[in-house]
Design a protein. Structure first.
Length: 146
């Protein structure tokens, strides 16, 4: 049986991210910043390619984007839908009508996705067969919790 793994964006992941970037043949630099509260950006350089981010995880993410898409990353083979907006819309619905607009398959997928989040990630109970109204209240209250 597989144990599973959880990795969280935190400083204890910075060194492994930097080691991965170095193992790919990049040189890494810190570019200072004039703001007192911000010491600068990390920059990975190899050949004529530069990847700059506020921390090593962001730089590794940018390297990964380039490795998967190439120099023409903005015109990559990945579908062009706005996944970022879709995730935010699902997480922050305006009303139950947002869920009423979903097809039966779309709603079933939404329930399955949030079941995964609640049961596997958050280790919280999730209703067996929630209605659209119950899903709206569950998600709306979940994202408003402090």
């Amino acid at each position: 049986m597989e144990n599973g793994c959880t990795i969280v964006d935190a400083m204890n992941t910075y060194n492994i991210a930097l080691r991965i970037i170095l193992s790919k043949g990049y040189k890494i630099f810190l570019i200072p910043d004039k703001r007192e509260e911000y010491f600068g950006d990390f920059c990975a350089v190899k050949g004529n390619r530069k990847f700059i981010g506020g921390d090593p995880l962001r730089v590794l993410g940018l390297v990964s984007i380039w490795e998967n898409t190439g120099d023409d990353w903005q015109n990559s083979h990945f579908p062009k839908e706005d996944v970022y907006d879709e995730i935010l819309s699902r997480a922050l619905p305006d009303s139950v009508e947002d869920f009423d607009k979903l097809t039966e398959k779309g709603f079933t997928n939404l329930v399955a996705d949030y079941r995964l989040l609640f049961e596997e990630v958050l280790e919280k109970e999730f209703p067996l067969n929630p209605t659209r109204q119950e899903m709206f209240h569950l998600i709306d209250s979940f994202y408003k919790e402090e």
